[in-house]
Ligand binder design. Structure first.
Ligand SMILES: [Zn+2]
Length: 350
């Protein structure tokens, strides 16, 4: 589908930047991340929930909101402040879950990415100390992990002293604020340059083994289609780290709760044959030294998150003090009550 061309030059510039960032898997995976523009100071144009930044120049992905009304509803502590503040209440696009974060920040342009370089720091207990060195001279702040949406907005609100332009979100990603699209682009590039972490070399996947295992699963799994994903399983330290838990929210939302099965090749075949069919089957299996198998019914969003894992894990020092999302944090991401969560853990461990 192609929407009406964007005629506003500021929105067109935001769409161009969004499309470029969205095409870079080291910054954006699937529907993750979001961008916004405060147009004339009165309107907030923000990415719609579920849309891909990569599509910004091909289809309408931005939703317009009345910024003053949105901020008034936020100040009144409304539970759903964004939807009633839309400029077009009949529109079908829902504003991003992070709309309140975009409205909170004073910058004309706000860019939120799930940068794999930033994540390499944001998942470490000593992340704030390491970042203090790398980001020296920039106005930046560390924001402890909070559930995406209003809880994250509140956590950011407590960190705005010093008017930061760069927010590193613990176990989540990066937010950049600037006075223009051009300036946001430049600041993001500067932060990425400072936080660049080389990925450890990982052996290539063993595709024949993965194809053989997929066949054993009676079509329930297939080799991951994006090449990056396999690095999550071919580096021994990477697979072991993956088996310890989830490191950021979209992993849980798209690939399900921990633990992610990490299987030695000789155990993968019996595991696949014994696994019962059903939606509760784990989304992703890592076959150590061979590569990643994805549940065959899953789509592009899960492929992107498997690739994200394959980009993040080889950037982590296996000796580093890593912080994983807690069982409670995973459960709240899935909107599960504690009991359902425990049941899921039992299923996954069978
Ligand atoms: Zn995010």
């Amino acid at each position: 589908m192609s929407g009406a061309p964007i005629t506003d030059p500021d929105l067109a510039a935001l769409a161009a930047l969004s499309a470029r960032l969205g095409a870079d898997r080291s910054l954006i995976q699937g529907a993750g991340g979001n961008t916004s523009l405060k147009r004339g100071g009165a309107e907030l144009w923000v990415k719609a929930s579920g849309t891909w930044l990569a599509a910004a120049e091909r289809q309408p992905i931005f939703v317009g909101l009345d910024l003053a009304e949105l901020r008034r509803r936020m100040a009144a502590n409304e539970a759903e402040p964004a939807m009633p503040a839309r400029l077009d209440p009949a529109g079908t696009l829902r504003p991003s879950i992070e709309t309140t974060l975009h409205a909170l920040l004073p910058h004309a342009v706000v860019v939120h990415v799930h940068s794999v370089n930033t994540l390499a720091f944001a998942v470490r207990r000593d992340g704030p100390d390491l970042l203090a060195e790398r980001l020296a001279g920039l106005r930046w702040a560390w924001v402890p992990y909070a559930k995406p949406g209003l809880p994250l907005t509140r956590a950011v609100q407590e960190r705005l002293e010093g008017a930061p332009d760069v927010l590193v979100l613990g176990n989540h990603g990066l937010v950049i604020g600037a006075g223009s699209t051009e300036a946001a682009d430049a600041l993001l590039a500067e932060v990425e340059r400072r936080l660049a972490v080389p990925a450890r070399a990982t052996p290539p996947p063993d595709l024949p083994t993965l194809e053989r295992l997929a066949a054993r699963s009676a079509g329930r799994y297939r080799p991951a289609r994006l090449a990056e994903a396999h690095a999550a399983a071919t580096g021994p330290a990477s697979a072991a780290t993956a088996g310890r838990g989830a490191l950021y929210p979209d992993h849980v939302v798209f690939l399900g709760p921990s633990p992610l099965p990490v299987l030695p090749p000789d155990q993968a075949e019996p595991w696949l044959e014994a696994a019962t069919a059903g939606a509760d089957m784990p989304a992703l299996l890592l076959v150590e030294g061979s590569g990643a198998l994805l549940r065959a019914d899953l789509g592009a969003g899960a492929e992107e998150m498997a690739a994200c894992l394959g980009l993040v894990l080889p950037r982590l020092d296996p000796e580093a003090p890593l912080v994983f999302l807690s069982a409670e944090q995973e459960a709240e991401l899935l909107d599960w009550d504690a009991e359902k969560y425990r049941q899921s853990l039992n299923t996954a461990e069978q």
